[in-house]
Design a protein around this ligand. Structure first.
Ligand code: AMP
Length: 468
């Protein structure tokens, strides 16, 4: 299958060839023809599957072949003539044709730069990102260009809608990217408000790790006669990502082990995930002192600083990014070879997204979790969710004093970072007879008729992701 066979025009084919894409990914092969026909889509696909191009390429094609806008002044021309007439300048609301909603700023910026890449050969296409943390005057200036495509996080978008800066009456395509994550972060009401402000005639494309439960019900509500494309469930196997875990006794053991593992010469770039922003800062500082080129990334950082850190990562100036879950989605740096869970994530879904930061664009990756014995249950939940066992690894000289009560040795390790250890591996405790009953991750209950149980981390998630 080629991009030409999917019905994409030559300008797009050229941009894709320039990006080094030789053939469509499975999600692109299935979604693009249907999206070009104008159908609504409900797609479950794993992170890193090429979904951005799956929704963006048909849109770029549609806008490139559209009639140029009927004569009439652009918002900029309006303002200039108002100024010439001596009138008070009036802000003309932007009238985008496409809106892409994403859960995080990082993902929004990622989608925006991918769109610029895919539309590089298509004349006159304007794409603008509207996200929290950016100064309002700058965003007004971007909106005054009247872009065809808006990529936005929900909170800040609503601020602009409410102050009359955006008018969705001309909207043709609405995309919900990582819809499950948006619901998880508590954006359901914002999404409902935004959807209600768009025309019924729109084409709706929803992408999510899962189409089960609430996200599936919401998808049914906002799409019409949608084509359902199921490429993977929530527990999509990252076949190209090897997973390992190490038991640690305490913080000092964990830090020593992390330092050892980071000295592996096979690491190109790594992301170390921490549970708190403070730990992200502390560990980044500590690693810098230890001679690693490390940088922190978390939601308390100003957006400009976050962007600068990500650019430094992309440019290869940062080798170890120490991040909170703000980085678990939307970071697409193909040279990230390793992911470390310094702390386990709050949910198995987050685990899947974290490890998906490596093994991008068909490469191999390695995900290593440092696990306290008390976190055994969380590991089991992850294993049950991914339907994959996470082998336990032990490094000579860094053995835990305690051993997992329910673990037992299995086959020899084939993976030796730096070749400097003799790994002995133990089986995960998945499905052992007599093992304590597994528990799900708790979510706060909130009374909504549609079954929505509230954001997993509610307000704190919003603060973390700094949407406004
Ligand atoms: P996405 O799932 O859209 O975030 O894409 C994941 C990664 O795959 C990004 O680095 C894309 O540049 C890359 N990618 C997307 N489509 C293709 C393709 N057809 N061939 C090769 N790489 C691709």
């Amino acid at each position: 299958m080629t991009f030409a066979e999917l019905g994409l025009n030559q300008a797009i084919q050229k941009a894709l060839a320039d990006s080094g894409y030789t053939e469509p990914t499975p999600v692109q092969a299935q979604a693009i023809p249907a999206a070009l026909e104008g159908r609504d889509l409900m797609v479950s696909s794993q992170t890193g599957s090429g979904k951005t191009a799956a929704f963006m390429l048909p849109a770029i094609q549609k806008f490139s072949s559209a009639e140029p806008a009927k004569s009439g002044p652009t918002p900029n021309q309006e303002r200039q003539s108002a100024r010439a007439r001596g009138d008070r300048p009036r802000f003309q609301a932007a009238q985008p044709k496409m809106l892409v909603l994403t859960p995080t700023r990082e993902l929004a910026l990622q989608v925006t730069s991918a769109t610029e890449k895919y539309g590089a050969q298509t004349k006159g296409l304007k794409v603008v990102a509207i996200l929290g943390g950016m100064p309002y005057p700058k965003q007004m200036q971007l909106l005054s260009r009247n872009p065809e495509i808006l990529v936005a996080t929900p909170g800040r978008l609503i601020d602009h809608m409410e102050s009359g800066k955006i008018d969705f009456s001309q909207l043709q395509i609405l995309v919900l990217d990582e819809a499950d994550r948006m619901l998880d972060m508590g954006f359901i009401e914002d999404i409902e408000k935004i959807v209600a402000a768009t025309p019924q005639t729109r084409q709706t494309l929803l992408f999510s790790a899962t189409l089960d439960g609430l996200v599936g019900r919401m998808a049914q509500k906002i799409t019409q006669n949608a084509l359902v494309i199921k490429l993977s469930g929530p527990s999509a196997k990252h076949q190209n990502i090897e997973q390992r875990m190490h038991f640690v006794d305490d913080l000092s053991h964990k830090n020593r082990l992390l330092d050892y593992l980071l000295r592996d010469v096979s690491i190109d770039q790594a992301v170390v995930f921490t549970a708190t922003k403070r730990d992200a800062d502390t560990i980044a500082d500590r690693l810098n002192i230890a001679g690693f080129s490390a940088a922190a990334l978390h939601g308390d950082m100003h957006q400009v600083a976050r962007n600068r850190t990500l650019s430094a990562m992309r440019a290869g100036q940062v080798r170890v990014l120490v991040a909170t879950d703000v980085a678990a989605r939307g970071i697409d740096v193909p040279t990230i070879s390793h992911v470390f869970n310094y702390d386990l994530p709050k949910s198995p879904e987050d685990y899947v997204h974290r490890i998906g930061r490596t093994g991008r664009a068909g490469r191999n990756g390695l995900a290593i979790s440092l696990v306290n014995h008390a976190e055994n249950m969380n590991v089991r939940n992850i294993e049950r969710f991914t339907k994959q066992q996470i082998p336990v690894d032990i490094i000579a000289g860094y053995e835990p004093k305690k051993t997992a009560a329910t673990s037992k040795p299995i086959s020899k390790s084939g993976w030796k970072p730096g070749g400097a250890r003799a790994p002995a591996r133990t089986e995960s405790r998945f499905g052992k007879p007599g093992a304590p009953k597994r528990e799900g991750f708790s979510r706060p209950d909130a009374p909504r008729k549609d079954g929505y149980k509230g954001a997993r981390t509610g307000t704190s998630a919003r603060r973390e992701y700094g949407d406004r």
